[in-house]
Design a protein around this ligand. Structure first.
Ligand SMILES: Nc1ncnc2c1ncn2[C@@H]1O[C@H](COP(=O)(O)OP(=O)(O)OP(=O)(O)O)[C@@H](O)[C@H]1O
Length: 260
């Protein structure tokens, strides 16, 4: 089983220390982890640091990898080159790592992932002509087609309508179970985190605030401290935890995080 553990991780970008001292317990395959934090907290930078696109101190420890490229990363605002078709763009993502020869299994994999995400009908469309939500689904396909053991997804549902948000989160959760995948999803929707994530990791101003089971991390006291909002968690008629936002905890903290 794959596991990812961060040890005193830091990141410097553009001459600034963006992340420091991030140490987590091992995050293991079979789990969906929500990465939470205010704007500019460092979520995207953390993904880039883990994926090797940003430099810094500390260590990214991966155990149980069965391939040379166990991690796939879906950045915000991706979807591929505008001139390529959806099919070509997903196939190109499949060939990352320097492989030149496309085999039948690669075509089969692309077809499978497009079908899984319910975007087969987009296969011949140019990426540049797609809507924001459609491009986001293509970005998810590009990540999934790589058959990763660890999948880092940066706000994959931010442009999706509500039913597609639920579909994608349910699919990701199913994949963690069926394939022992570790999926880390950066998100702003705390309700999605409560509903879909096994674990939650919260960062603020470049440091780790909490990491553990979602029900222990996404609690009103932490949300007040990190996001400055008053919340309650109540069960709906289906027995699922729902986050109710009562309002801001302190009007004076407006835009505090964006100014970091
Ligand atoms: N290339 C860069 N050069 C300089 N500073 C950067 C660069 N990229 C990010 N930063 C800074 O790093 C900090 C963290 O940014 P990051 O994008 O990781 O935050 P985030 O938590 O993903 O935010 P959001 O929720 O708004 O997407 C911000 O202050 C940002 O301005």
């Amino acid at each position: 089983m794959v596991s990812l553990q961060l040890q005193d991780l830091g990141a410097r970008v553009g001459g600034r220390q963006i992340l420091s001292g991030i140490t987590t317990p091992p995050l293991t395959g079979g789990n969906l982890v929500a990465l939470l934090g205010p704007n500019a907290a460092g979520k995207s930078t953390l993904f880039r640091r883990i994926f090797g696109l940003a430099r810094g101190g500390g260590q990214v420890n991966i155990q149980g990898a069965t391939s040379a490229r166990p991690i796939a990363y879906m950045p915000q605002d991706n979807g591929g080159r505008p001139v390529l078709s959806v099919y070509e763009s997903v196939l190109l993502a499949r060939m990352q790592g320097g492989r030149l020869k496309v085999g039948p299994e690669d075509h089969a994999k692309v077809a499978h992932v497009l079908a899984m995400l319910n975007i087969t009908d987009l296969r011949a469309r140019s990426v540049g002509d797609l809507s924001g939500g459609q491009r986001q689904m293509v970005g998810a396909a590009q990540a999934l087609v790589q058959d990763p053991q660890i999948l880092l997804m940066d706000e994959p549902t931010s442009a999706l309508d509500l039913s597609r948000q639920l579909d994608l989160m349910a699919l990701l959760r199913r994949l963690t179970r069926d394939r022992d995948l570790l999926i880390v999803v950066a998100m702003h929707d705390l309700g999605h985190a409560l509903r879909h994530a096994d674990q939650a990791m919260v960062i603020d101003r470049g440091g780790l605030v909490a990491c553990g089971p979602t029900s222990e991390v996404v609690v009103p006291s932490l949300l007040r401290q990190v996001f400055g909002v008053e919340t309650r968690i109540e069960c709906c008629s289906a027995g699922l935890p729902q986050l109710i936002v009562d309002g801001r905890a302190d009007e004076s903290c407006l835009c505090r995080a964006v100014a970091v």
